[in-house]
Ligand binder design. Structure first.
Ligand SMILES: NC(=O)c1ccc[n+]([C@@H]2O[C@H](COP(=O)([O-])OP(=O)(O)OC[C@H]3O[C@@H](n4cnc5c(N)ncnc54)[C@H](O)[C@@H]3O)[C@@H](O)[C@H]2O)c1
Length: 272
């Protein structure tokens, strides 16, 4: 792989497993030093197969890059501020930010009329507030250095009511799309690109643990006839993190095998 990102510093939130880990390894292979954050840096709940080392930080180091790992809650303003300060102290700049933290935080599936308000707010925090905090502090630095790439992780669920029990998650991701455009608008004159990707159904270790029974039904909904892989997502991240996308900002790119555009109906499957 061509080392297009040599000398660049990337920060990825929620990268101890799943799709975030794939982003971290991809950017490291492209030459970047990669800092990660997670609530659980050791990813003790779900074990990835074929790992290069016990933690993603060590995997990045095995690939010959520098890394730092910060364990903490990405919805905590103080934590976000501290992480950006430490990255700047260590490297002097931050070139790529990927706001990957997301999900429902174990809120569970519920119809909107029956959803407990604190669970709704919790999911908004995980998906939207975390992205705001990191966009704010990293964006300030990128504005000052007059360069940078921010990539927020949205979902097809942010623009299509894919699952009837996911009002909390969908509203959070719709917010991520809006936030992407607002930061893009402010930072465009400073040479900072802010875009989002919106994955569809992506097969991860967590999916193996939770949704294996639903794979067939979900797969049938995807026009391309297969679930997405973490690598499918990382390839689009490579595009948005490198100079290939220099004249793009404020966009949401769908990585979904055609789901949103070609078959956007609600699924009968209940996820989460
Ligand atoms: N898997 C999919 O099909 C899919 C589809 C669309 C969008 N997405 C989005 O992609 C991103 C990654 O998804 P994934 O499937 O790899 O999820 P995942 O749950 O496997 O990984 C998320 C990681 O974020 C961490 N995390 C969660 N809350 C956190 C917090 N408050 N602070 C710090 N870390 C926290 C978790 O510990 C975990 O390591 C999420 O934003 C998700 O919403 C995933």
């Amino acid at each position: 792989m061509e080392e297009k990102l040599l000398g660049k510093v990337a920060l990825i939130t929620g990268a101890a497993r799943g799709i975030g880990r794939e982003y971290a390894l991809r950017l490291a292979k492209l030459g970047a030093d990669v800092v990660i954050t997670d609530l659980d840096i050791k990813a003790s709940k779900f074990k990835e197969e074929d790992v290069l080392a016990p933690t993603v930080k060590e995997e990045i180091e095995v690939l010959g890059r520098k890394s730092m790992a910060f364990e903490g809650d990405a919805t905590d303003d103080e934590f976000g501020k501290m992480v950006i300060e430490e990255v700047i102290k260590e490297f002097g700049h931050i070139d790529i930010l990927i706001n990957n933290v997301g999900g429902t935080g174990g809120a569970g599936p519920a119809l909107a009329t029956e959803m407990e308000t604190d669970k709704f707010v919790h999911a908004l925090h995980i998906n939207l507030l975390s992205a705001f905090i990191f966009c704010k502090y990293a964006g300030k630095q990128m504005k000052a250095q007059k360069s940078g790439k921010i990539i927020n992780i949205s979902s097809v669920g942010g623009s299509v009511p894919l699952f009837i029990t996911q009002a909390h998650y969908s509203a959070g991701k719709a917010g991520v799309d809006a936030l992407t455009r607002m930061f893009a608008l402010e930072l465009a004159p400073y040479g900072v690109n802010v875009n989002a990707v919106a994955p569809g159904y992506i097969h991860t270790v967590k999916w193996d643990a939770h949704f294996e029974e639903q794979f067939k039904e979900l797969t049938e909904k995807v026009p391309m006839g297969r679930l997405g892989t973490t690598e499918d997502c990382a390839k689009v991240i490579e595009f948005l993190a490198t100079d290939l996308s220099d004249y793009m900002t404020g966009q949401v790119l769908y990585i979904d095998g055609g789901l949103k555009t070609l078959n956007p109906s609600s699924s009968k499957v209940n996820l989460y």
